[in-house]
Write a protein that binds this ligand. Sequence first.
Ligand SMILES: CC(C)(COP(=O)(O)OP(=O)(O)OC[C@H]1O[C@@H](n2cnc3c(N)ncnc32)[C@H](O)[C@@H]1OP(=O)(O)O)[C@@H](O)C(=O)NCCC(=O)NCCS
Length: 216
Amino acid sequence: MPETLIRPYRTADRAALFEIGGDTALFGAPIEAYLDDRRIFLDSFYAYYTDYEPEHIWIAEVDGQVGGFITGCTDTATQERITRQKLMPVVWRRALTFQYRVGWKTLGYIYRMIRTGLLHEYPEVDLSEYPAHLHINLRANCRGLGLGKGLMQAWLDQLRELGIKGVHLGTTDQNVAACKLYEKMGFEILAARKSRMWGRLVDGPVEIRTYGRRIE
Ligand SMILES: CC(C)(COP(=O)(O)OP(=O)(O)OC[C@H]1O[C@@H](n2cnc3c(N)ncnc32)[C@H](O)[C@@H]1OP(=O)(O)O)[C@@H](O)C(=O)NCCC(=O)NCCS
């Protein structure tokens, strides 16, 4: 059996976290199926957690290597504001100065993202009840070792210590193992909507789900 450990994040973990984040973003598989340049996703999405809320990230180590992570946020409204005001201007500047590869995959993705928003296919969440959120991802060869449960428990314990009322997360019915993990850890589906966000990458519509859990 490999040696495993759940520990707090360190700044030196950033590159490994970004690599795993990109390698697992499409229902556990690499993001390149729908984006030409993973840096667009990492700079606009994961940079918030590593650069603004690193004290709420937990790392799963397997035989001394970073095998996965849970990135946490205690106040989703603040995360959305910082992403809009601080991260997105950087992403736009890099895009407009040709620092990213932008091809048809990326343009198609942006189009589908806007369409999904206009069709109200992203389930809403009551942030006054579930202010915190999380993202959890493990390398393919580090799954099924109990690390998902370990990471989740570390974040739930931290939220309890901080006195946070509730936590939510977004996923899809394609993330089968993840949905099982969430239900096992006491989360319930708060809202679910069918969406064609992922286009032809998946047969038929995908169900986007919001799960939530109160912290007692
Ligand atoms: C989801 C994920 C974090 C789970 O972590 P994990 O370490 O593999 O899960 P654990 O070993 O802790 O198992 C926890 C529970 O999840 C469920 N589970 C785990 N793997 C499963 C699988 N392949 N199929 C079905 N259920 C599974 C089981 O209920 C399990 O509990 P049990 O062992 O008591 O039966 C991991 O599989 C992963 O990173 N997947 C790809 C990325 C992803 O989908 N992230 C979530 C995005 S929303």
